[in-house]
Design a binder for this molecule. Sequence first.
Ligand code: ADP
Ligand code: MG
Length: 320
Amino acid sequence: DQLISQIAAGEVVDRPAAVVKELLENALDAGATQVTIRLEEGGVKRIAITDNGRGIPPDQMPLALARHATSKIASLSDLENVGTLGFRGEALASIASVAQVTLTSRTADADHAWEISGNQDGQVTPSSGALGTTVDVRDLYYNTPARRKFLKSDQTEYGHCAEVVRRIALSRPDVAFSLSHNGKTVDHWNVSEIEKRSAMILGGEFATARLPLDENSGQLRLHGFVGLPTASKARADSQYFYVNGRFVRDKLLAHAVRAAYQDVLHGDRYPCYVLSLELDPALVDVNVHPSKIEVRFRDGRAVHQFIFHAVSRALAQTSA
Ligand code: ADP
Ligand code: MG
């Protein structure tokens, strides 16, 4: 079972940033409004994420570290209606098979926290800590040296981790995030409006040179901001697209936006945007693969057209 977990780990958590993503999604699934991310040496030495969510009761802590035991999916048809971010019940088990994990958690009705180290066979012992959960992940891939060899420099791994944090922070302005690396606080975002959050994360220029967008068509809603070319020059890589709350990087979506920029602005500039598409979960499959961020739409053509027209109309405000 340890081996199965390690193989799964290669898919689910192929680098520190993937661990950060899984732990952040769990914190948000637990209803956290405040999340602290502490990284050391690019996340390879340590990833510690603390949230103020509902916590895990002590009797369920071993289960949380067990493979599939906690899957939020009861049947295949549930797959189409996943409301939470995590549902496979394998992230923590996978992480625990390739790193030294300590889980510390306290629920509202407990008078102190509890902790468990290692894997599902570990002892649950009394601990201290506030309401919520800390997942402390040390020495990633200490027992899978082949995997560890694929890692890049600490700075590069850190960059990937920070990008994962930015993506999630942009989608949840209602949650406060704090990010530190090697003991230094790098970013801190308070609960705010999406306008303010995106300005903080993407830079001041994007804050002034952007156009709001909110359009509906049948089952589809697209909302967010598109940046003007001046802003695009500031950061060519500021392209954030969410589908039902999940960050995705998808060719069809990116193409629809780029086509609108070309059509309206006639330049070959990089689009810069924070856009959220919402649609009936039954019309989209966002879970092609745990670590993939692609989506598959029932009707890709309709989605493409809708996005193209919505973004075109938003950009046309400039020339108006
Ligand atoms: P999944 O999220 O797919 O259910 P995970 O392995 O990521 O699987 O997490 C296993 C379970 O552990 C979750 O379903 C949840 O019950 C619990 N859990 C994990 N992290 C947290 C957290 N930060 N706060 C509360 N519960 C958590
Ligand atoms: Mg999860």
